[in-house]
Write a protein that binds this ligand. Structure first.
Ligand SMILES: [Zn+2]
Length: 144
């Protein structure tokens, strides 16, 4: 459920996305709002500029939050983002400790507007394998 305060911050994320286009970057923008609603950080997609497939704004802000915010502050901080976070960013957001995400366009809505946005292939994964060998560094590390 979103509030009018959420929508105001979401409009700012959409404006960041629109500004990104004027800079020659892809149209995705995000921000973090702290427990009092103050904007803590903003980012936009710089995948092309940086030649970095991980340069999504949500991932940049998740990394920033994990590095810069105390866990109790991160838990009460909200990410506002112009599109629903992708799988890569969703994983980073979970690890960052951020407490909430509010997005404008869903992935389905984005794909309806630009089918290429949903064209990521499933990569085959084979495993598990070599349990006896692979468990050794894990056990050595976590038994410290
Ligand atoms: Zn992403």
């Amino acid at each position: 459920m979103t509030t009018s305060a959420d929508e105001e911050l979401l409009r700012r994320a959409v404006a960041i996305a629109a500004h990104a286009v004027t800079l020659g970057d892809a149209p995705y923008g995000s921000l973090l709002a702290g427990p009092d609603g103050a904007v803590l950080a903003e980012a936009h997609n710089t995948v092309r500029r940086d030649d970095d497939i991980s340069a999504h704004p949500e991932l940049k802000l998740a990394r920033w939050a994990a590095r810069e915010l105390a866990p109790e502050v991160a838990a009460r901080t909200t990410m506002y983002t112009s599109c629903q976070p992708c799988g890569m960013c969703t994983g980073a957001i979970a690890r960052s400790g951020l407490g909430r995400v509010v997005y404008a366009l869903s992935t389905d809505q984005l794909v309806a507007l630009n089918p290429e946005s949903g064209a990521w292939p499933e990569v085959p994964q084979d495993g598990p394998a070599l349990l006896a060998e692979a468990r050794l560094p894990i056990e050595a590390y976590y038994r410290r």
